[in-house]
Design a protein around this ligand. Structure first.
Ligand code: MIC
Ligand code: SF4
Length: 743
């Protein structure tokens, strides 16, 4: 099938092809399409092979799917319980406590999955993207997932894209998935990784070069000798953090590292099939020989010269080579004492990652050096944990008394961390091997500065207790008072004795789920049946009040915080109480304090929004660049929608969030002239002038009426196509699906 498809693609696109184009063109929804798409221009319908969801987003995705009126999912799908488990004392107790606390939600997910034919990975089974890499990802495939780090599967040569739940509903309901045809960035990796440098440093470097919005609308394709010489899970790490530069996804061509990984994870069949069509599963040789001709942008990195990095604080693109950290920390007043160092997350929790970190611990222990900081570890999956336990890695970590082994779950990466003393809000630094380091994300303390680095660097910094420790140059004092150096990390790509696991935590869905009931308690404070959003009345929306003008970085963590709020991910009204509470109000520069124009008083954002809603007054949110950066959580779009916000007007959007807003029937608009942002004042009222002729490619005019009676008229852009305008008209994409199914 694949070769036939490829033959057609070659006839159509008569130039050498990148891997990304091969995967995109072989996954067109319309098999008979003979269109050549414009990169960054055309909206295209695709037919993904799989859908993956995690517990914190699956609740909303599946609540929506239940409304689509289907009896079974149309493509293989899985849901993973990983986000709701808090790290506190250690794996066993934490897991049991999470099960007790989240019983209602886990039961809901387990029964919905069972009913609709979705594989369910129970709490403790592992982090979605590790489990997907181990079980489902395959070269040349296309997958979507309701989590921004779905892109991790690019490590196995997929085009895997993070989306909001509403997109997943489309695909699970048997409909096409729409994406703007991406632009292509080629990253040529020359040389070889060595010493303390790891795959993580490749993406930390790329993030520094491209910034958090440099990959927007692009697929990043890695190639070159440096790419093939790296492990498959290392490739996963690089693709994973492509989310941090806003990339649609990242990918690597099929090679021997993928073959080894597939074999080690019991997928010899996939290897056989992939080997038969290996040429189709990587970019054409001409492309990789002359990348400038075929990619929109090319970056070259010599791995032999790359050095370890630490990125942060507060943003993942602030890259500092470890060797320069002493200067950077003192210049910026970053605290250098480290109390906590964390290894884990979907980014860096593979077997190889643990072996590299364990080798540092072993080395320090054998040289009589004790760690200064606490080292917390979340293994990526039960398979990784079980195998690591068998192979003595966990015992190695336990040689340090202060090591804490947490559950195979997201844990501190998403604020599921009961860090002792965090409520004191002291200024402090932590290091971790995760991907994101936004304010408050790990422990809820706005003054915690988190730095992202490789697992082996995390281990080294935990031992030294210093952010600016450079293991290549600096020495440590051991128990005997001698100065010793740490040896370079030493990793094992795949377990010599193979992977093992006793209970992988998988629940196979019922063959026929027709009889299975999914009950939602009407009094539940965690799950709520969705009420459809109202459709648009076709008129210009007038009299909108400014809810908040957000200043600077406004990520999805600022719009809909995670951590303790994950509790309400299945209950729209309750979770709406965190709406935009982390956004900095441009007037007064405080968080969660805005003017209620109806009373003139100041109040919290959700309270003020509810007051406007109760009075029947529509509202607007204004934001800066890359608004909605980060997560795929559609709550960040649904909450404002639920609270009566009609439009979000910003300098620029992050891709997933912009789509989420459109899907939920919101107006996602950008300033035609960026400086018009400055025209917006605290007590403004807004009127659309020509929304009633809303159409693709046509600007929208907005009148801003200031408090003193003067006004400004500004022009706004949008990227809605005809179909997306229908979503807006109907009130949401789901309303449209329901209408189509009922007709
Ligand atoms: C994240 O890393 O921010 C999350 C939590 O995994 C999110 C999904 C969510 O908010 O549930 C993501 O990356 O999409
Ligand atoms: Fe979980 Fe963190 Fe990965 Fe998101 S980034 S899926 S929270 S481990």
């Amino acid at each position: 099938m694949y070769p036939n498809k490829m033959k057609k693609v070659r006839e159509l696109v008569d130039t050498p092809l990148t891997l990304s184009e091969k995967i995109l063109y072989t996954h067109l929804w319309d098999d008979n399409s003979d269109e050549i798409f414009s990169r960054g221009g055309s909206y295209v319908n695709f037919a993904p092979d799989r859908v993956a969801m995690q517990d914190a987003t699956a609740q909303m995705a599946l609540l929506q799917f239940m409304q689509a009126g289907k009896s079974k999912v149309a493509v293989p799908s899985s849901a993973h319980a990983d986000h709701l488990i808090q790290a506190r004392v250690g794996a066993d107790k934490d897991l049991q406590e999470a099960i007790n606390k989240n019983n209602e939600v886990f039961n809901f997910l387990s029964s919905v999955c069972n009913k609709y034919g979705i594989g369910f990975w129970k709490p403790g089974a592992g982090i979605i993207h590790q489990v997907v890499l181990e079980n489902y990802a395959f070269p040349g495939g296309m997958m979507i997932g309701t989590d921004s780090h779905t892109v991790n599967a690019g490590g196995l040569g997929m085009v895997a894209v993070g989306v909001g739940g509403a997109d997943a509903v489309d695909v699970m309901a048997g409909m096409p998935w729409e994406l703007k045809f991406p632009k292509l960035i080629g990253v040529k990796l020359t040389g070889n990784l060595n010493g303390w440098t790891s795959p993580k440093d490749v993406i930390l470097k790329v993030a520094g070069l491209l910034t958090v919005k440099g990959g927007t609308g692009c697929i990043v394709e890695y190639f070159g000798e440096g790419a093939t010489s790296m492990s498959c899970t290392g490739k996963g790490t690089i693709c994973n953090m492509g989310a941090e530069i806003g990339a649609t996804t990242s990918t690597f061509g099929y090679d021997d590292s993928m073959r080894r990984y597939l074999n080690a994870t019991g997928r010899e069949e996939v290897v056989k099939l992939a080997d038969e069509i290996a040429d189709h599963l990587t970019g054409d040789a001409e492309v990789y020989a002359n990348p400038e001709k075929y990619f929109d942008q090319v970056i070259e990195i010599n791995l032999s010269e790359l050095t370890p990095h630490l990125n942060g604080p507060f943003t993942p693109d602030l890259a500092t080579p470890v060797a320069e950290m002493k200067d950077a920390a003192s210049k910026n007043n970053w605290p250098t004492d480290i109390e906590w160092a964390l290894i884990g997350s979907c980014t860096n929790s593979s077997y190889e990652d643990l072996t590299r970190a364990a080798s540092i611990v072993e080395d320090a222990f054998s040289k009589g050096v004790k760690p200064k900081a606490i080292l917390g570890i979340n293994p990526g999956s039960e398979q990784v944990r079980f195998t690591s336990e068998r192979d003595g890695l966990m015992d190695t970590f336990r040689k340090f008394e202060s090591v804490k082994i947490f559950t195979n779950a997201c844990g501190p990466c998403i604020g599921q961390w009961d860090r002792p003393g965090a409520d004191k809000e002291e200024v402090n630094s932590i290091v971790h091997s995760f991907n994101r380091n936004f304010k408050k994300r790990a422990d809820g303390n706005p003054n915690t500065m988190a730095f992202v680095t490789s697992p082996e660097m995390v281990a080294a910094i935990a031992i030294a207790g210093k952010l600016d420790f450079n293991p290549i140059e600096d020495q440590l004092m051991n128990e005997e008072g001698e100065l010793v150096s740490l040896s370079e990390p030493n990793g094992i790509e795949l377990p010599n004795k193979g992977f093992v696991v006793e209970d992988n935590g998988y629940q196979e869905p019922a063959e026929d789920g027709g009889h299975i009931e999914v009950n939602i308690d009407p009094n539940s404070d965690r799950l709520e049946v969705l009420t459809p959003f109202l459709s648009w009345n076709g008129e210009n929306i007038k009299g909108m009040k400014l809810l908040i003008k957000a200043k600077g970085k406004c990520t999805t963590d600022h719009i809909s915080m995670a951590g303790p709020w994950l509790r309400y991910r299945g209950h729209l009204d309750n979770i709406s109480n965190n709406c935009l509470i982390g956004a900095v109000n441009s007037f007064g520069e405080k968080t969660n304090e805005v003017v209620n124009q109806l009373t003139g008083d100041k109040g919290e954002v959700p309270t003020v929004a509810r007051a406007y809603k109760a009075a029947g007054v529509p509202t607007i949110v204004v934001g800066d660049h890359n608004y909605g950066e980060g997560s795929s959580r559609e709550h960040a779009a649904m909450e404002p929608r639920h609270l009566g916000v009609r439009a979000v007007l910003v300098k620029s959007f992050a891709r997933i969030h912009e789509t989420n807003l459109k899907k939920q029937g919101m107006l996602a608009l950008t300033f035609n002239t960026e400086s018009d942002y400055d025209k917006i004042l605290e007590n403004d009222t807004f009127n659309f002038i020509d929304l009633d002729s809303f159409s693709p490619g046509k600007s929208i005019t907005l009148e801003i009426v200031h408090h003193d009676g003067s006004n400004d008229v500004i022009s706004l852009s949008h990227t809605y196509n005809a179909q997306q305008i229908e979503w807006f008209k109907e009130g949401s994409a789901l309303n449209l699906i329901r209408k189509e199914i009922n007709n």
